[in-house]
Write a protein that binds this ligand. Structure first.
Ligand code: PLP
Length: 405
């Protein structure tokens, strides 16, 4: 089977929030660690030592990206495992309960719900309701003091949302947690933010930070959790004792090397790339909201959008059905998404839009266009060219919109 690597997809690919292609430099750096240097980093021989050195060298750029030291990085199989280790690791170590925002990725939301945790609401723009957070922390603290319930031991709020792109005021949120639940540990999922924002600065006061390779130009199947000193965290995977006993399992050396190179490239190019991609997103969005009945989801009621990733344009298109729109766009060579898709690939309704209070009629026509390092003006032009006709065609047959008019 012939596999082409390191080549950006030829279509108008606007689903980078789902997965962005690995950078050619990443693929190139990984190959020797698959083909030639295949030793186990735990080995005492030269081959093992070489692999261990490669793993340890990769820690440095990853740590710099997340604002910690190399020794505080634990490599995982991806963002999901990093999130799981953060939430369940704290609960397993110290007990208590978890809180998370209502718009977390399922990788956080599901463990929190599974362990009986509580969900903190967000506003219409997707920004966490800090007053509600403070109230919930106070209530849990009071219940714990009288033995009527568990105290909150872990609070998870993502840096930036994967569907609508909203960036949370993490410094303020960390202050609220420190004031109302001083013993609780904060975790942040930086999976979507890491390629585009200065996570080291945004998450400076947060002791647990998750990262995923395939969202930053690295490979799939690799990620990391930054764990600051002093955090009590039980391992989820026990066995060979790798990663200082915090995550057993033979290291994915090639994946770790690839993650390190991807992190280094982000550090070198992020500022410039974010500005370039942000300008393309703004041009795209300006053209699309000029179509009647198309609005930017986080800019409700004409309000200015919140701080958000420069790469995501989440739109509500009235009078169309997301799935039908995605089908027509795909047919025209435009790969987009309706935001969350389940493992089967079928679209499911978005808990993020529901939590933000987006009316069901608007959510029905939701569309996420997410840009990345391969996006160019041709990609944007293609979408601007095909969208008006696709929307008009669907509206022609849309029963609910003709009933409304
Ligand atoms: N967290 C966020 C915000 C994500 O967007 C994703 C993937 O879409 C994940 C976690 C899961 O990461 P991974 O695919 O590496 O398991």
């Amino acid at each position: 089977m012939e596999v082409t690597i390191g080549v950006p997809p030829p279509e108008a690919y606007l689903d980078h929030a789902a997965s962005t292609p690995a950078r050619p430099e990443v693929v190139e750096a990984m190959l020797p660690w698959l083909a030639e240097h295949w030793g186990n980093p735990t080995g005492a021989h030269a081959r093992g030592r070489a692999a261990r050195r490669a793993v340890d060298e990769a820690r440095e750029p990853v740590a710099e990206l997340l604002g910690c030291s190399g020794g505080e990085i634990v490599f995982t199989s991806g963002g999901t495992e990093a999130d799981d280790l953060a939430v369940n690791g704290v609960l397993d170590a110290v007990g208590g309960m978890a809180l998370c925002s209502a718009i977390e990725h399922h990788a956080v939301l599901d463990p929190v719900v599974h362990r009986g945790g509580a969900i903190v609401p967000v506003d219409r723009r997707g920004v966490l309701d800090c007053a509600a957070l403070a109230d919930m922390l106070d209530a849990a603290g009071a219940a714990a003091a009288t033995g009527d319930g568990p105290d909150v031991t872990v609070v998870s709020v993502m840096v930036a949302n994967n569907e609508v792109g909203t960036i949370q005021p993490l410094t303020h949120i960390a202050e609220v947690v420190a004031r109302h639940a001083p013993a609780a540990v904060m975790h942040t999922d930086a999976v979507q933010a890491a390629a585009w924002c200065d996570v080291a600065a945004l998450a400076a006061g947060v002791p647990l930070v998750s990262l995923s390779g395939h969202k930053i130009g690295g490979p799939k199947g690799i990620g990391a959790l930054a764990i600051r000193p002093g955090v009590a965290l039980a391992p989820r995977l026990r066995g060979g004792g790798q990663e200082r006993g915090r995550r057993s399992g033979t290291h994915n050396v090639a994946g770790i090397v690839g993650l390190g190179v991807a992190a280094q490239l982000v550090l070198e190019h992020r500022t410039q790339l974010a500005a370039t991609v942000g300008a393309m997103r703004d041009r795209l969005e300006a053209a699309l909201v000029a179509i009647e009945g198309v609005s930017v989801t986080v800019a409700a009621g004409g309000s200015a959008p919140p701080e958000r990733l420069p790469t995501i344009s989440h739109l509500c298109v009235s009078g169309v059905d997301s799935e039908a729109l995605l089908f027509l766009l795909d047919d025209a060579g435009v790969a987009a998404s309706a935001a969350s898709s389940c493992a089967s690939g079928a679209t499911e309704s978005s808990h993020v839009l529901a939590a933000m209070g987006v009316p069901a009629a608007d959510a029905r026509g939701s569309l996420r266009l997410s840009l990345g390092w391969t996006t160019d003006d041709t990609t944007i032009d293609r979408v601007i060219e095909v969208m008006p006709a696709a929307v008009a065609r669907l509206r022609l047959f849309d029963v609910s919109s003709s009933e409304r008019s």
